[in-house]
Design a protein around this ligand. Structure first.
Ligand code: SF4
Length: 367
């Protein structure tokens, strides 16, 4: 797999399918796209990411140090600067790194900004080692509250209009991941700390602010917080990433995440409990055809979600090489030729978004 040199893609190229499309009173389908691509993606060799290694291997055991407390900054709410995405105005990211290790993830490029700090923690290659490290941010209640108060003080007119004055859990990690490195006691302690941080921070947002909350996860673990979500009333919307309902295809693209059918069942459970739910069909796999997308959208329609968020795979960092490596590992012949050139990628992104929009219209969930 070679990725040719690419430059920033003009949003004009996708204008017809970007933005919000609305239909029935309760249903708002938002089709948006982020079209930034890696400027340095030329002629890279395929990397076999260490995330594909057996977690019980000697190499994996030596990675115990890659799970620790991140003293490079406390867990707070932080203003995000999404320009083409909706759903939130602030991010709440309790972890640096992500154990879900999705090969398509481009957060590894974002964390490169913290390369020096990560090196102090033993991460030499934040992109190549993506999925093998996760640092739990430290919890300072006073700092969290101070950041919350600062956020609360910002007038709505100074925020992105489609951010809903909402805090998103999470945008550069999954707040419902499970740490899998370290001995059992250490791991259990960190997982318990993460749970406590999630719940306490949500309680503070609920009780000490008027901000809304959006939860986006790939993990059914979120069920353990449904009671808390319900206490927010209409201030909270719960969502899951469901790029496809084909568990087999998902295994090739997201091998460490719970199966999409489990995610759909979690969404249904949330809906049954009276929660407002949304779905992120993100990222759109190039292999998803009309039938696949129709199945996902029909299930989403049956759920009665409030919002659908759609995004193609963006070429950033080494994510295309990672997808190729995982595809080979699972013996999957994935449609990765769409990443061969900027033109091919643009065609894939545009066509997939148009396809989603067309099917959404046919199913009556978009205008
Ligand atoms: S769950 Fe989200 S943040 Fe985590 S690896 Fe997957 S795409 Fe990245």
């Amino acid at each position: 797999m070679k990725v040719k040199k690419q430059s920033k893609v003009s949003r004009k190229a996708i204008a017809p399918v970007a933005g919000a499309i609305c239909s029935a009173a309760e249903t708002q389908a938002v089709v948006s796209a982020v079209m930034s691509v890696n400027k340095n993606g030329s002629e890279k060799k395929v990397l076999i990411g260490s995330r594909v290694a057996d977690q019980n291997s000697e190499a994996a055991k030596k990675r115990n140090y890659l799970l620790d407390d991140w003293n490079g900054g406390a867990f707070t709410v932080q203003r995000n600067n999404f320009k083409h995405k909706s759903l939130s105005s602030w991010s709440a990211n309790p972890v640096v790194g992500c154990m879900h290790a999705c090969p398509h993830c481009y957060v590894s490029e974002i964390v490169l900004k913290q390369k020096a700090k990560l090196a102090e923690f033993g991460v030499q290659d934040p992109d190549g080692e993506w999925g093998d490290y996760a640092f739990l941010r430290v919890w300072h209640e006073e700092k969290f509250l101070a950041a919350l108060k600062r956020a609360e003080a910002i007038p709505s007119k100074d925020l992105n209009a489609d951010g809903n004055r909402a805090v998103m859990y999470s945008t550069t990690t999954d707040a419902y991941q499970t740490f899998r490195y370290g001995n059992a006691d250490f791991r259990d302690e960190k997982n318990a700390q993460l749970k406590t941080m999630r719940r306490r921070s949500l309680q503070l947002i609920r009780d000490e602010s008027t901000l809304n909350v959006r939860i986006l996860t790939r993990s059914p673990l979120a069920r353990q917080d449904f009671d808390l979500y319900k206490s927010f009333g209409n201030r909270l919307m719960f969502g899951m990433s469901v790029p496809t309902l084909d568990n087999d295809l998902s295994k090739a693209y997201e091998p460490h995440s719970p199966a999409p059918t489990q995610r759909l069942a979690t969404l249904k459970a949330a809906k049954d409990q009276g929660l407002n739910v949304f779905v992120a069909i993100a990222p759109l796999f190039p292999d998803c055809d009309d039938e696949d997308i129709r199945r996902t959208l029909q299930a989403v329609k049956d759920l009665g979600v409030m919002t659908i968020f759609v995004e193609p795979i963006n070429i950033r960092a080494d994510n295309v090489e990672r997808i190729a490596a995982i595809g080979r590992q699972y013996g999957k012949n994935l449609k990765l030729d769409v990443f061969d050139s900027l033109e091919r990628w643009r065609e894939y992104a545009y066509d997939q978004l148009k396809l989603v929009q067309r099917i959404a219209r046919e199913l009556g969930i978009a205008k």
